[in-house]
Design a protein around this ligand. Structure first.
Ligand SMILES: Cc1cc2nc3c(=O)[nH]c(=O)nc-3n(C[C@H](O)[C@H](O)[C@H](O)COP(=O)(O)O)c2cc1C
Length: 175
């Protein structure tokens, strides 16, 4: 087997971030551009991002809504980004796109790899108050605050992560 791309090979979700690393405005623009270039069903682009740089008001507000677990490590991240998906057509319960979560995940994957190229690791997480963030940033009900991503220089080395074997990833129908 050949070698995995170095950006994929080095990627991991740090359990701590370096509180001295600042993210630049250019870092933010490049992460948003990476998301913008992601494919999406019917080119629906069902995503939006709340971007906080450590030290600004958005970062401070996002930190207020972290769960106990993420509050131990996420505030040190250079950037905290809330990942929003466009789930429903406004004032109906119709799904905007059955692929909205899939598409958002792909946009965030683009961001994590662009971040890696900028020397920033990413940890995506669900440990936060979804309703609290939606209220704080006036996110309407047809959008969902799906996940947060913390970006920053890792404050820990990569640990071992148990993963399924490649052979198990290939679906074989039972007969
Ligand atoms: C949608 C999603 C939600 C996650 N939620 C959390 C979380 O709430 N807390 C946390 O510490 N890590 C969270 N993670 C990080 C995963 O635990 C991590 O990606 C997984 O253990 C694999 O490790 P690796 O990213 O270093 O390869 C989440 C990741 C994803 C993609």
């Amino acid at each position: 087997m050949g070698s995995l791309h170095p950006l994929l090979d080095a990627r991991f979700s740090p359990a701590a971030f370096d509180p001295a690393r600042e993210a630049t405005a250019d870092d933010v623009e490049l992460l948003l551009e990476a998301a913008r270039r992601a494919p999406s069903a019917g080119n629906s682009q069902p995503w939006a991002f709340v971007v906080g740089r450590r030290g600004d008001d958005v970062h401070r507000e996002l930190v207020r809504h972290l769960a106990g677990s993420s509050a131990r490590w996420a505030p040190d991240a250079s950037l905290l980004v809330a990942n929003l998906s466009h789930r429903l057509v406004e004032e109906t319960d119709w799904e905007y796109s059955e692929f909205a979560l899939y598409d958002l995940g792909q946009a965030v994957a683009h961001m994590t790899i662009q971040a890696q190229a900028l020397g920033l690791a990413a940890r995506q997480f669900r440990a936060f108050d979804r309703d609290g963030i939606a209220a704080a940033f006036a996110v309407p009900p047809h959008w969902e605050v799906t996940t947060l991503t913390a970006f920053g220089r890792p404050g820990t080395a990569r640990g071992a992560v148990a993963r399924r074997d490649r052979v198990d990833l290939v679906w074989v129908p039972e007969r």
